[in-house]
Design a protein around this ligand. Structure first.
Ligand SMILES: [Zn+2]
Ligand SMILES: [Zn+2]
Length: 288
């Protein structure tokens, strides 16, 4: 029985032929009893999920760290595909910061013509997409009855200001735990989530490179993301075993090799540093 992290999308707002938008899969257990949590739903998420051998119907819940467009671009695809690819009513739970309900309401409104077409055309499809939104800020998250249960999920506030609110999530399963930070600068809320955990999945940007890009719009991104060095400091402070970096800005290979990125983090963190392409998988073993 293991807790696994799969980087479904390691990209960023900038379209990249090889990297899907930000999205991470946290899987606990094996076989049909396994629970699968999707953290963020960036560009191409269902293509990558299919490559990982899963589909929208397999998701236990979707968790959104914040409402930046690149982290939610394909949420509509998850909602629709889950709805049309299940033959029984299969509720989809979407967990996110305050504001998520409104975004989902607007997505469903934009899908209204499609929902009407399909219900009219398919005799056996007699219900609208069953979506439940749970807005969270911190503490334990309770999923609706019959969903999940093997994984304890908690959330805490992160700091991605002026994007507000933003949250990170922690998943505990049979003595192993992983935190998904999303986009944030180092902050107390993330430190609290990481305390006693084993692994941290953190989005990062190369500030040393971005600082030299002569466009103010790129420079603006410096103050609300972490660099590999800062993510490493957060991981070191909590004495974690593993740091998983994702959401590479600028993308590799333009921004160097994986080793270049790893070396920056390794200046501050002596544990295992995982960096990879889309579908890179990391096993988080139970603490011994
Ligand atoms: Zn963001
Ligand atoms: Zn982002």
């Amino acid at each position: 029985m293991t807790l696994n992290v799969t980087l479904l999308g390691t990209g960023s707002p900038m379209p990249d032929p090889n990297r899907a938008g930000p999205s991470t899969l946290i899987s606990a257990g094996e076989g049909p009893e396994a629970e699968h949590y999707l953290v963020d739903a960036g560009r191409g998420v269902l293509m990558r999920l299919a490559a990982a051998g899963l589909g929208a119907p397999n998701l236990t819940a979707v968790l959104i760290t914040h409402l930046h467009s690149d982290h939610i671009t394909d949420l509509n695809d998850v909602i629709t595909t889950r709805w049309v690819m299940t033959f029984e009513k299969t509720p989809l739970t979407i967990i996110g910061p305050v504001g998520t309900q409104s975004v989902v309401d607007h997505l469903l409104a934009s899908l209204e013509p499609d929902i009407g077409y399909r219900i009219a055309h398919h005799e056996d499809l007699d219900h609208r997409p069953p979506v439940t939104v749970i807005e969270v800020s911190e503490g334990t998250i309770e999923l609706p009855d019959g969903q999940g249960g093997a994984v304890a999920i908690t959330c805490g506030e992160t700091d991605h200001k002026p994007v507000e609110p933003s949250v990170g999530f922690r998943f505990d399963f049979e003595g192993a735990s992983v935190v998904a930070a999303g986009d944030t600068v180092p902050c107390l809320g993330l430190d609290a989530l990481c305390a006693g955990a084993d692994a941290l999945v953190h989005t990062v940007i190369r500030k040393d490179i971005i600082a030299n890009v002569p466009f103010q719009r790129m420079q603006d991104t410096l103050d609300y993301h972490s660099s590999p060095e800062e993510a490493a400091q957060t991981a070191a402070k909590a004495d974690l075993a593993t740091l998983v970096l994702t959401h590479y800005v600028p993308a590799m290979p333009m921004s160097g090799t994986e080793d270049d990125w790893r070396d920056l983090a390794a200046q501050h963190f002596t544990g295992t540093i995982e960096i990879g392409d889309d579908l890179h998988r990391v096993v988080v073993p139970p603490r011994t």
